[in-house]
Write a protein that binds this ligand. Structure first.
Ligand code: NDP
Ligand code: GDR
Length: 325
């Protein structure tokens, strides 16, 4: 039975990846931080077969202990402070976790295996592309991060490549574009919109307050993207891959699609913008070219933008009805 260790198991991707690996017959271990993390309940409910281990990416001894217990064939490093807006207010802790945490995990794997066969996945991000240099963005596009989070991810990305080149480690980096789902945290724009649309249509909320409506993102479904992670670690050779749908939409188009789903064509009186949600520096346009992942991994997204928005609004309508019943 193959064994996998997932950091960030309590997050959106951690839960989908655990489900995927369990379905494939893996024994799955998940790293959870904190002495009483309330999100453990999510893990126990969604994936009760996962063995929870305590640890923190900033605490290298805890990573060594987790590796010694899990003895994994594959390590998926999904743990991070992942909210871009938060990273300006908390740049140092973002750097400690999202940048230095990757080094801690890589070094722990190297020491644990003494160059052995553990395969490593790093959750890199389209946020690394930042200021637009090329459209669409691909693996070779110049990185120009625009947030402390983006800078931290660039460090983790190059450190992963460095461990591959220095120690021959099977370390791959997935440059994943935005991916969403009903499990997405409510601080991210898609979920903020679908939750608000559900609440407004049920008469539970009057308006939605957002920041920049012109930014464009390449939004896919998280369930599809964790499959790409797994495929990367099944390759003979480690490498870096862009994972994206190749379609881009603005926040305005997201609002059009979400409100249309509940029968509202004109949302202008329901949405207000406020500078508090505008970032010090914005990533204006993301759209990925996933040709390499198509050709080498045989990976394709199965959910398009319309399907994703419908899935999330339907989920939030059902959830809000349940909460207010
Ligand atoms: P989430 O924010 O949902 O999950 C992040 C996870 O990291 C949580 O489980 C969190 O645990 C954990 N974590 C935070 N700090 C630490 C720490 N100090 N030590 C150990 N674990 C920690 O993110 P997603 O699931 O959406 O994303 C997964 C990864 O992929 C992240 O690295 C993210 O940056 C990256 N990524 C995400 C994309 C997306 O669109 N979703 C796109 C590209 C990259 P806790 O419960 O304790 O908070
Ligand atoms: P992003 O996702 O920064 O791309 O990072 P987010 O959903 O936070 O923002 C997307 C775009 O929407 C604009 N926006 C708002 N965003 C939020 N959160 N709240 C608002 O009210 C709002 N109004 C407008 C933002 O300015 C931005 O342009 C996500 C995270 O999952 C990262 O961890 C990951 O690496 C990248 O995707 C790829």
């Amino acid at each position: 039975m193959a064994r996998a260790l997932i950091t960030g198991i309590t997050g959106q991707d951690g839960l989908y990846l655990a489900e995927l690996l369990l379905a494939k017959g893996y024994e799955v271990f998940g790293l959870v931080r904190g002495q009483n993390n309330p999100k453990i309940a999510l893990v126990r409910e969604a994936v009760p077969e996962v063995r929870v281990l305590t640890g923190d990416l900033t605490d290298m001894p805890s990573l060594m202990t987790a590796l010694a217990t899990a003895r994994p064939d594959e390590v998926y490093n999904l743990g991070a402070i992942s909210y871009v807006a938060y990273s300006w207010q908390n740049a140092r802790i973002t750097t400690d976790v999202t940048a230095a945490g990757v080094l801690n995990m890589l070094e722990a794997v190297r020491l644990h295996t003494a160059g052995g066969p553990v395969r490593f996945y790093q959750a890199s991000s389209s946020e690394m592309f930042g200021k637009v240099q090329e459209v669409p963005q691909r693996e070779s596009t110049l990185l120009w991060p625009r947030s402390p989070y983006g800078v931290a991810k660039v460090f983790g990305h190059y450190m992963t490549i460095n461990y591959r080149e220095s120690y021959g480690m099977h370390a791959s980096s997935g440059i994943l574009f935005n991916h969403e789902s009903p499990r997405r945290g409510p601080e991210f724009v898609t979920r903020k919109v679908t939750q608000a649309v559900a609440r407004i249509s049920l008469g539970l909320q009057d308006e939605l307050v957002l920041g920049n409506l012109e930014a464009r993102r390449d939004w896919g479904f998280a369930g599809d993207y964790v499959d790409a992670m797994w495929r990367m670690l099944q390759q003979d050779e480690p490498d870096d891959y862009v994972v994206a749908t190749g379609e881009t939409h603005s926040i305005r188009e997201l609002l059009d699609a979400a409100f249309a789903h509940v029968g509202v064509d004109d949302w202008s009186h329901l949405v207000r913008t406020d500078p508090q949600f505008v970032r010090p520096a914005e990533v204006d346009l993301l759209v990925g070219d996933a040709t390499k992942a198509h050709e080498r991994l045989g990976w394709r997204p199965t959910v398009d933008f319309g399907g994703l928005v419908a899935m999330m609004v339907e989920h939030d309508l059902a959830e809000q009805r349940r909460l207010t019943a």
